[in-house]
Design a protein around this ligand. Structure first.
Ligand code: G6P
Length: 367
């Protein structure tokens, strides 16, 4: 493969840094920034005609789908069932003829996701896939594809494919909202305008690297890390924990912040770092009260928020990573970057094989 690391130490670092560009590229494929509209790209199903969407995927692609669920349900009022593909394929889910299926995969070859696709095929419902490899098996077996234009992703831990998958979910949710009559042209235009700013915010997020390296040095000293978030920051907390354990081998768990008191709070002591992902959004104050519970028990908080959020939280955090203030729809896409950088730099300090972590494969083509 004719891809090199350029002046980066690892492919993962290069791929993190490519995100402003590949997000812009991907969004431009689906959205018309000049008119503030959604392009009339082909879809294998009619968003106005379906009443349910089944989404299934593995790993990081599954977490993109989990964020997509929040958007489809909120903006297009379209109920989404999201499953881990290895569960979906054996779950015997009843699929009505008014539903459609959507699969998410960087490689387009993951065995469990492909088996889920074939299950939906036998149920006779329309099938689409968000894939990064256009001539993959999933692409061939789908009725239509939504390509991510991330370019080849070499690092085993997915980064740029994830933010491109999210970009497509955002664009699809706006398109579905328009077609289902739940978003007006004006609202859709506001979303499209917001999304056009995603690459610029992503570039700003990359500038926080120095600060994140400092936090990474502290994380490299611990054995366990907890990640918390609410709403669309909840899947991002799961993604942060997944990334950290994959490449640094530090045990990490992601939790919905509201579940803190149903278990993980028992783990909190002075040794326990808690990464809180909390852009200023509809649930910000709720997340702050969860942070207070962590703080009262001596937990060391790493807060990722914006300037106003940092001021409003007014807690004694171990470290605050201050992001630019941005529209709510962009937050999961842009906040993915500090989360990825935190895992990356922790792994670098730990001296692991970042691009080829032990026991993991880029593409899992066997069950
Ligand atoms: C492997 C990779 C992950 C990826 C997952 C799904 O576990 O290490 O980074 O998210 O497979 O792969 P896919 O190609 O289907 O997105």
């Amino acid at each position: 493969l004719l891809v090199d690391k350029g002046n980066h130490r690892h492919f993962m670092e290069k791929e993190i840094h490519e995100q402003p560009e590949v997000i812009a590229h991907t969004l431009a494929h689906y959205l018309d920034f000049a008119s503030g509209g959604v392009k009339n790209f082909e879809t294998p199903f009619d968003f106005a005609a379906i009443d349910r969407l089944a989404v299934s995927a593995c790993g990081t692609a599954y977490l993109a789908g989990l964020i997509g669920k929040y958007w489809f349900e909120r903006y297009a009022r379209l109920p989404v069932d999201i499953d881990i593909a290895s569960e979906f394929r054996y779950r015997e889910m009843p699929l009505s003829q008014k539903s459609a299926a959507l699969f998410v995969s960087q490689s387009g070859e993951t065995a469990d996701t492909l088996a889920s696709l074939r299950y939906c095929r036998s149920a006779g419902i329309p099938i689409a896939s968000i894939v990064n490899v256009r001539d993959s098996t999933m692409a061939r077996e789908s009725d239509g594809i939504f390509p991510t234009l991330a370019g080849p992703e070499i690092g085993v831990a997915s980064t740029k494919a994830f933010t491109c998958q999210l970009s497509i979910f955002a664009a699809l949710a706006v398109r579905a909202g328009l077609e289902r009559g739940t978003l007006s042209r004006e609202q859709a235009a506001d979303f499209v305008r917001a999304l056009s700013e995603a690459p610029r915010y992503a570039a700003q997020a990359l500038k926080l690297e120095g600060r994140i390296e400092k936090v990474a040095r502290a994380l490299s000293q611990v054995r366990h890390v907890l990640y918390l978030g609410r709403d669309t920051s909840y899947p991002l907390a799961l993604e942060g924990a997944l990334k950290l354990k994959e490449i640094s081998y530090i045990h990490a768990e992601g939790y919905a912040a509201g579940e803190l008191k149903h278990g993980p709070i028992a783990l909190i002591d002075e040794q326990m770092p808690v990464v809180v992902i909390a852009p200023q959004d509809r649930v910000f104050d709720k997340t702050v009260s969860n942070m207070q519970e962590v703080s009262a028990r001596g937990g060391r908080i790493v807060l990722i928020t914006d300037e106003e959020g940092a001021a409003r939280a007014s807690l004694d955090c171990f470290e605050t990573i201050v992001m630019p203030k941005m529209p709510e729809l962009l937050a999961p896409i842009v906040y993915a970057l500090p989360v990825q950088m935190l895992a990356y730099h922790t792994a670098v300090v730990m001296g692991t094989d970042v691009d080829q972590p032990r026991n993991l494969a880029k593409s899992v083509t066997v069950e």
